[in-house]
Design a protein around this ligand. Structure first.
Ligand SMILES: [Cu+2]
Length: 97
């Protein structure tokens, strides 16, 4: 593979990595669809602390400061709603295929 194609491939891999950004007290995207075995990384883009927890308790980030990240690997297909324990109006869903 030539160097330009290699750079493009690694850029695309990063762009396609499953990521949720927390910004202005919202999860973006609010619903994220991934394949089983993928890892989702949340990044807190607010100055406020957020702490996300799965409604079924299968993951819990603990308190995330600004710019902090939390990653969780989803191994089983299903729908995983989650929320922020500190701001109950904040909710999101990970759909695993
Ligand atoms: Cu929050």
């Amino acid at each position: 593979m030539n160097p330009n194609k290699k750079r493009l491939a690694s850029f695309l891999a990063l762009a396609l990595a499953a990521a949720v950004r927390i910004k202005d007290f919202k999860f973006e995207p609010a619903t994220l669809e991934i394949a089983a075995g993928e890892t989702v990384t949340w990044t807190n883009g607010d100055d406020e602390i957020h702490a996300l927890v799965a409604n079924d308790g299968s993951f819990h980030s603990g308190g995330l400061d600004g710019d902090a990240t939390f990653a969780h690997t989803f191994t089983a297909p299903g729908t995983y709603p989650y929320r922020c324990t500190l701001h109950p109006q904040m909710s999101g869903t990970i759909v695993v295929h």
